[in-house]
Ligand binder design. Structure first.
Ligand code: NAD
Ligand code: UDX
Length: 453
């Protein structure tokens, strides 16, 4: 089937950028992105491109090029399903917060709602593409719903997990390491291969069976997160032994079998995917009785929790065992640079721990809205102040903690920050982005992750 109309259910961090790039690269395909969230759709349609709901470098230009031409954002889900030949499901699949599998399994209720809606509306054959990250064998459930509740039309299910990372989404979509398409029907697979074939070289489009594709996504995230937890585990050992984790990472990363990426010690990984997907993997392993497999992967999350909490503990210990009433300036709230996303950000855990110790926390992030920080902290937000200027944020602080690796933090006038702080002035660099020698020369007591002072 040659595809000329696509619908995507879910206009979030994946649906929005992914569909914008498909529309940009395939001007002959009409792409409609739909969502129940009216405010989100309104923001995607905003005349001011600074107000798009997702901040990603380069995204506004892509949307500018395609929106209104062949890219549309709408809340009319039924109409978009009806008109499309191919429907991507890109809704959220958060960790379950209730019932069996609470705190571990993926909550598939939004996926099931989409499947039922597609079944109800579709009056012609459709290819349904799983874009959301799903537990292995979810396609089976979707197929069963579509075939048993539909109007007798044919549905083909494909798995096409998304590997983009936030902050580099547009770059990743323009030039993916690989596109993965899992399916059982050669014709349906070819239809999607042809869509990506408009800009992705053929040799980078990998086709597999559906189950391998579903499981590959969880596995890729588990491996990436495992590398971060591995280097973070070593960072704690470095702090005790005068080894320097950056030097260790460089030394091991030059081994081509290990590779240099994802070896940056940090305050802990965040983001909406790593923890959720590993916990899901753990749950699936347990459900098959594979307890050693489950324990192995769960340790990646346990290590990450430890890293976040020990960062906060180190601040308290270093500030003479009390931060009560002391101003701590936190630079960065997003879970990584170049995104406004704060889901599972380590900054949230660190702030909570410091607020529990009665610190006065001041936050500055170049892209995160104050309302989001308030949402993330709930009632604890009372103890927090937000300035829109980093120098004000750090003024009269006992310590500055760096939680996100925003480039601008490196170029600040650190002498000026030092002059405005209480003495001794402490810096806790949770991302190892500042120059230790320069910071010490200014007079800071500088603490990095994974090296002794
Ligand atoms: P998100 O929460 O940003 O967006 C999901 C959107 O789906 C929301 O706007 C929500 O309103 C909408 N939605 C939910 N149910 C709906 C329904 N029945 N009808 C219409 N709209 C509905 O989530 P996200 O970050 O875009 O992630 C989506 C999926 O992609 C998840 O499975 C995630 O694991 C996966 N993923 C995310 C990333 C990432 O970097 N964020 C990367 C790869 C894969
Ligand atoms: C991740 C996967 O990389 C991506 O392929 C998948 O589609 C979605 O999940 P994302 O969470 O957006 O992407 O960002 P990523 O770059 O993977 O970073 C995740 C977290 O790990 C961030 O908090 C980041 O700061 C941290 N990290 C990453 C480290 O602490 N050290 C590293 O070396 C790399």
């Amino acid at each position: 089937m040659k595809i000329d109309s696509i619908c995507c259910i879910g206009a979030g961090y994946v649906g929005g950028p992914t569909m914008a790039v498909i529309a940009q690269k395939c001007p002959n395909i009409k792409v409609t992105v739909v969502d129940l969230n009216e405010a989100r759709i309104a923001a995607w349609n905003d005349a001011d491109f600074d107000k798009l709901p997702v901040y990603e470098p380069g995204l506004a230009d892509v949307v500018k090029e395609a929106r209104g031409r062949n890219l549309f954002f709408s809340t009319d889900v039924d109409k978009a399903i009806d008109e499309a030949q191919m429907i991507f499901i890109s809704v959220n699949t958060p960790t379950k917060t209730y019932g069996a599998g609470k705190g571990m399994a993926a909550d598939l209720k939004y996926i099931e709602l989409c499947a039922r809606q597609i079944a109800r509306i579709a009056k012609s054959d459709k290819i349904v593409v799983e874009k959301s990250t799903l537990p292995v064998r979810t396609a089976e459930a979707i197929k069963s719903i579509l075939d048993n509740t539909g109007n007798g039309v044919n549905f083909q299910i494909l798995s096409n997990p998304e590997f983009l990372a936030e902050g580099t989404a547009v770059q990743d979509l323009h030039n993916p390491d690989r596109v993965l398409i899992g399916g059982n029907d050669a014709e349906a697979i070819q239809s999607l291969v042809d869509v990506y074939g408009n800009w992705v070289p053929k040799e980078r489009i990998l086709t597999t069976n559906v189950w391998s594709s579903e499981l590959s996504k969880l596995t890729a995230n588990a491996f990436l997160a495992q590398r971060v937890s591995s280097i973070n585990a070593i960072s704690e050992l470095c702090e005790k032994t005068e080894a320097d984790v950056s030097e260790v990472a460089k030394a091991i990363g030059m081994d081509s079998r290990i590779g240099s990426k994802f070896l940056k010690a940090s305050v802990g990984f965040g983001g909406s995917c790593f923890q959720k997907d590993i916990l899901n993997l753990v749950y699936i392993a347990k459900s098959y009785g594979l307890h050693e497999v489950a324990d192995y992967w769960e340790q990646v999350v346990i290590m990450n929790d430890h890293q976040k909490h020990r960062f906060a503990k180190n601040i308290v210990r270093t500030l003479y065992n009390t931060v009560s009433g002391k101003k701590i300036a936190m630079l960065g709230w997003a879970f990584k640079k170049d995104t406004n996303d704060t889901r599972e950000s380590a900054a949230i855990n660190v702030a909570q721990d410091l607020l529990n110790e009665e610190a006065k926390v001041a936050v500055y992030d170049p892209k995160v809205e104050p309302a989001q920080i308030q949402f993330d902290l709930g009632e604890q937000f009372e103890g927090v102040t937000i300035e829109n200027n980093p120098y004000e944020t750090c003024k009269n602080a006992h310590a500055v903690a760096i939680l996100t690796e925003w480039d601008e933090f490196v170029t600040y006038d650190w002498q000026k920050i030092y002059d405005g702080m209480l003495k001794p002035a402490f810096v806790f660099d949770g991302r190892n982005i500042l120059d230790k020698q320069k910071m010490k020369a200014i007079g800071f007591i500088y603490n990095a992750v994974g090296s002794s002072n």
